[in-house]
Design a protein around this ligand. Structure first.
Ligand SMILES: Nc1ncnc2c1ncn2[C@@H]1O[C@H](COP(=O)(O)OP(=O)(O)O)[C@@H](O)[C@H]1O
Ligand SMILES: [Mg+2]
Length: 409
């Protein structure tokens, strides 16, 4: 599993140079790590969607390679994507912990253009401190430039900053410098740290629920996880039902208690093996199928199903859950999201939002404020860094109310 303690992004659209949480290259030694739930707020055009997309971009780079990733999801190619007037490449730095007792890993990635103008991985590096050292500089155990470099096998190995080699080093040359090295090396058992990191990144979930898409008649077949658009709720329901019918009925009971106007939800197995959900609405004796449910009900249902997934994905990014939802439901959704996090390294949530009701459930360290500066680029600040906000929250004024009253943001 694992979670990120921090992320630094350079030259990605309006995010010319932003950092959330703590990273290795930090000049600020006191920087606090990211929490398990992180909401991102800010006026329109301040870069919330860009931030969500930066996470999606990293996931796409892993899955599809950097050239394809630059074109996916309406990104419009490298030249459109990179910050206007940027000097240098698109760069990411992730500070990641697999578990509390393991030294954090730093992943650096920079993406530029090759001589023919095609996007390419300029540099990719993984670093970690030695297991017994609490301080000290980390050693590189993967280092590639334009697809060539080295990796160190096993754990607790690498190249120190003064060029001391610890453990077994192997030379690496990738066939395609547009693919990430962690994809290839993350398949090899002799590189357990790379395997874990790749799997962590591979399991990120970027969620763009679309009630329209959720109304399409799905194909049959159980699926473990909700997809990006959330149009496979029935398939996920089928999976959960197959794994443990009794538990799934409990899950449905829990969800139905949170959907306003819904008395019960029943799973019905069709002859072709497909599972459909019947929603019994107050005032009606016959059930409705998901195709007929309101946008808001479908969306809430999908969010609550997401919170009940088996083997939750380690990092989930949700864009503006409030769209299509009645404002009062947001407070409950936020507190359910918080309580779905069962341990430090089980799940980390990122949510962009405009809803003070959502923010009311959070503390000042869990909220990040994006602002657009005069030069057109975004800056980001933790709500706890604003004067008075922390003190007022401690005296029990809800954070969303402070935001609504323009104390910050
Ligand atoms: N390549 C770029 N360089 C700098 N700014 C950009 C670039 N591409 C888009 N932008 C700016 O990024 C801003 C952020 O938009 P967006 O992330 O959609 O904001 P939000 O989701 O907060 O409403 C837009 O105002 C746009 O002008
Ligand atoms: Mg947006």
């Amino acid at each position: 599993m694992g979670r990120i303690a921090g992320i630094k992004i350079k030259n990605y659209g309006s995010l010319r140079d932003v950092k959330l949480g703590k990273v290795l290259s930090d000049s600020d030694a006191k920087a606090k790590e990211l929490t398990n739930i992180n909401a991102i707020i800010g006026q329109s055009g301040t870069g919330k969607s860009t931030l969500a997309d930066a996470f999606g971009f990293l996931a796409d780079c892993l899955e599809k390679g950097v050239e394809v990733a630059c074109d996916l999801n309406g990104r419009g190619g490298y030249e459109t994507l990179i910050s206007q007037g940027a000097e240098g490449s698109i760069e990411f730095e992730l500070y990641y912990r697999e578990a509390g007792n393991e030294a954090p890993i730093t992943y650096e990635l920079s993406i530029g253009l090759d001589k023919t103008g095609r996007p390419v991985v300029e540099k990719e590096r993984l670093r970690q401190r030695r297991a017994r050292e609490r301080y000290g500089r980390p050693m590189s155990f993967l280092f590639l430039e334009y697809g060539r470099g080295f990796a160190f096998k096993g754990t607790d190995s690498g190249l120190s900053e003064d060029n001391q080699e610890v453990g077994e080093k192997v030379d690496v040359e990738l066939a395609d410098p547009r693919q990430l090295g962690i994809v290839t090396l993350g398949e090899l058992r002799e590189h357990p740290r790379i395997v874990k990191f790749k799997n962590f990144l591979k399991n990120w979930y970027l969620c763009y629920f679309s009630p329209m898409a959720a109304r399409e008649i799905p194909s049959a077949g159980p699926q473990k996880y909700l997809n990006r658009l959330g149009n496979n709720v029935n398939n996920v329901a089928q999976y959960l039902y197959r794994e443990d019918p009794k538990d799934f009925i409990k899950v449905l009971r829990d969800i139905q208690s949170k959907l306003p106007g819904i008395n019960s939800i029943k799973p019905v197995k069709l002859q072709n093996g497909q599972l459909v959900l019947e929603f019994f609405e107050e005032g009606f004796s016959k059930p409705f199928y998901s195709q007929k449910m309101s946008d808001g009900t479908l969306k809430l249902f999908a969010y609550y199903l997401l919170l009940h997934e088996k083997d939750a994905r380690p990092l989930v990014f949700i864009e503006e859950p409030e769209n299509g939802l009645y404002h009062q439901y947001l407070a409950d959704l936020a507190s359910q999201m918080k309580s779905s996090i069962k341990g430090m390294y089980s799940k980390q949530l990122f949510i962009t939002t405009h809803s003070p009701f959502f923010v009311n459930a959070l503390s000042p360290d869990e909220v990040w404020v994006l602002e657009k500066q005069q030069d057109g680029f975004s800056t980001i600040k933790r709500a706890s860094e604003y004067e008075h906000v922390k003190a007022l929250c401690e005296s029990e004024v809800p954070l969303g109310d402070l935001w609504y009253s323009s104390y910050f943001g």
